[in-house]
Structure formats: C-alpha cells, structure tokens
Design a protein around this ligand. Structure first.
Ligand SMILES: [Zn+2]
Length: 428
C-alpha cells in the first residue's frame, strides 16, 4: 500500500528513548508526504515524489488535503468495567455534598455482577470507539475485581480482546484500592494480591501499584512491585494523585515503565524521573472532569482552583527533561472518555503545551511507556504501519479544533480498519 499526497505527514520520529526537553518541540513534518507499506510494516517515509518514484503498489490511498500521523497510543485506561457514575458527578459540578452513596465501590459492584460475556461485549464496543477516534494501541488495567475470581475474569476478558484491531496491552491492578473487608489490614491485602501473581502473570504484561495517600505505603508498594517483577511482569505506578507520597521517586528508583497522575510530585522526585527511563503519564481527562482547574462557586473571593499548580508542574517536567506521555485514563468515575483526541486537546489547554509537545506525548512517548517504541509510535521504516488519516490538513488543527471527531480513516498494520463516514469541510 502507498499512502500519498498528505498535506502534512507528521512522523513523531525522535531520539531513541522518547522525546524530552527541547526535542518535544522538534516535530518532524513532511509536506506532501507519503508512506510505503508492505506486509503490515512501514517500508519508507518521505515526500510523495520520492516515494512514488521508488515504490509501486496496486493499493494507493490518497491523503490529499489531509494530515497523516502515527496511530495514537493510549497508555492508561481502565477499559474493562460495567456501570456509569454520571449521577454522583452532578453533585461535584454543583459543589454540593454527595447526595448519592456512589463512588468507585459501585463500579466494583456493577463489574462483579457482570458476566465475562457482558464485559467483553462492552469492552469491544468501547475499543471500536477508541479506534474510530484514532487509537491503535491501548493499555488496560484490571482492578475493579477486588477479589481473585473477578480479577481473573477481568484479565481473561482483556486477553480475549486481541480479536480487535486495536492492540490491547494488559496490566494487573489487583491493589487499586483497599477492599472494605481488609480495613486496617492493608499489609495482609497486599499479601493476598502477591499470592495471585503466579495465576495472573500468564495473562498480563504489567502490574500497577498505587503509591498515593489513598493507596498503599512505600513498603507495601515495594513488596508488590518486586514480587511482580519476580513473576516476570513490568511495573507501572499510580503516583502522587491526591498528595505527595513519593510515587514519582519510587517509580524512578524501582525502574517502573511509567508513573501516572503525578499531581503532587516533588521537584526532587521529578529530577530522579528525568534521569530514569520511566515515563510520566499525564491524565488531563481527570483534571478536566474533576474540575481541578475550575474554581468552585462557593463564594470564596478570590476563588482558587483546587490544582492551579498543574500547568507549572508540567512545565517543570518539560524543563527537567522528563519523558512525558498523555493518556485518557478512561474510567467511569474520573475520566469517562475513550478519545485520545480529547485527551490531547485537553493536555494543550490545561497544561499549556505546544502542538509538537502533545503530538510526541500521544504517540512515541506513549509507546515508550508501554515498551513498544521499537515497533510503533512513529512513522519510520520497519515499524508497524499504524496510521491515522485526518480530515484536517495540519497537525495543529487536531488540537485547536475540539469536540468533534476529526479522524477520516485509521490504518492498522497496513489495512484500513476504520472510516468516519461524516466528512468535514474540505480544507484544500
Ligand atoms: Zn488510572
């Protein structure tokens, strides 16, 4: 297959190990770009005249007047679950005390009550939505199981999703929150999660640990992470979301693949992170959905946004040279979106990031956080041919326009797997 005549082709190609610091702003853009694909892999990338002079194919896809980019990589979701939590959210918006006894535990209940078939059907439909919005690789965590039986069901469902065109990478998050029956006995709960590792390890690639004031202690997270590594799993970290717990420094020290959230990461921990290969994964959907940058209408003068420090925190990460990625953190409570486009648009707005920075974060750096930067996340010869053809001609327009799906077509491993039948205005 040849994809030709792209108004812009952004490769997201960068230095090995991911884009950091000044490299984040060096986005490679090829005008009138083309990609040659064979056997599901990229053979060559360049301008259309050069590529068409060197390669022939029976399948030629015109991207005239359109942007072509790598497929988007979503490195943090809680895809497999049941239920919705929209009712409790209205109280948050209204700045009212909670009128509904809801929260994450209802997701546990709904998920436990759902059969594997029901969970799988919903997850497959959700993957369709992610794909049609440009995602070609996605990580998903278990963690709404709270017991061995349901956790295994969630991991088996995640494993069964490989029939979908989106590549799904599975993470065991057995210690997401402390179940009520273990109150006051978190060490014993961690022991029970560690005891599950031999059974879950064949089904999954990573183990996520939560080092946060509402999560687990440094000692407990260390114990679980080391046991997970001994069982052959990589480590991911939910860190410092509700307060400083040292999650970012821990992730760097232990050699985690990623540390996600980071709302209260200290500068000393960010410096450690910058010296490590661990990727900081931002979750702008959470910041947006929980109104963390919106002052409450409670009469306080001047009203202050709960996490007004976030833009300067992210600026510090960039300045220090941390490898940063963006994700949806898709989940029913704090970020109910499957769209990486939306996550990218929010990242630019909420964290004041440039177009080039966000494009690197949603592609090559996200792939790096999943240990997949060697075969995806950028348009380079030898990589899997995961491409998005956009309805707009320039990469900045994907971030500037918001709220509608700008994808035209998605190519996964050299095949067109999604098409948006509603085209926008011609921009040519
Ligand atoms: Zn999460």
């Amino acid at each position: 297959m040849l994809v030709v005549d792209a108004a812009e082709l952004v490769t997201c190609r960068t230095t090995p190990g991911g884009a950091r610091g000044a490299d984040l702003d060096r986005l490679e853009v090829i005008p009138l770009g083309a990609v040659a694909i064979h056997g599901g892999r990229i053979v060559a990338v360049g301008d259309t005249a050069t590529i068409t002079a060197a390669y022939r194919s029976e399948t030629v896809v015109s991207a005239a007047g359109r942007l072509v980019s790598p497929g988007l990589v979503d490195p943090h979701t809680h895809l497999v679950h049941a239920g919705s939590r929209h009712l409790e959210w209205e109280d948050l918006v209204g700045n009212r005390p909670r009128s509904i006894d809801d929260g994450i535990r209802t997701t546990f209940q709904h998920t436990a009550a759902a059969s594997a078939d029901v969970l799988r059907t919903r997850a497959m439909a959700d993957l369709d939505v992610a794909l049609h919005h440009g995602t070609t690789t996605l990580e998903t965590k278990s963690g709404y199981g709270a017991n061995r039986q349901v956790e295994l069901r969630l991991l088996e469902v995640a494993d069964s999703l490989r029939a979908h065109p989106v590549d799904v990478i599975s993470t065991f998050f057995g210690a997401q929150v402390l179940p009520a029956e273990f109150r006051g006995r978190s060490g014993e709960f961690i022991d029970s999660v560690i005891a599950m590792l031999p059974e879950v390890a064949p089904l999954t690639e990573y183990c996520d640990v939560c080092l946060d004031p509402i999560g687990f202690s440094l000692e407990e997270c260390t114990r679980l992470a080391l046991a997970a590594r001994a069982a052959g799993l990589g480590v991911r970290v939910h860190g410092d979301q509700t307060g400083h717990a040292g999650g970012a420094g821990f992730a760097a020290d232990i050699g985690a693949a990623s540390v996600d959230h980071l709302d209260y990461a200290s500068e000393a921990d960010l410096r450690k992170l910058a010296r490590s290969s661990c990727v900081a994964v931002l979750v702008p959907g959470v910041t947006h959905h929980l109104l963390e940058l919106v002052p409450a209408a409670d009469g306080a003068v001047p009203a202050v946004a709960p996490k007004g420090h976030f833009p300067s925190l992210v600026a510090k990460m960039v300045e220090l040279g941390v490898c940063i990625a963006v994700s949806t953190d898709y989940n029913p409570g704090t970020s109910p979106t499957l769209s990486m486009q939306t996550a990218m648009q929010l990242a630019a707005r909420l964290f004041r990031l440039s177009y080039s920075q966000v494009w690197h974060m949603a592609t090559i750096n996200a792939a790096k956080s999943l240990g997949r930067d060697h075969d995806r996340g950028s348009l380079e010869p030898g990589k899997i041919a995961d491409l998005v053809i956009w309805q707009v001609p320039e990469h900045g327009m994907v971030l500037n326009r918001f709220g509608t799906n700008l994808v035209d077509r998605v190519i996964k491993a050299g095949e067109v797997v999604a098409c948006n039948p509603v085209g926008s205005a011609a921009w040519g």
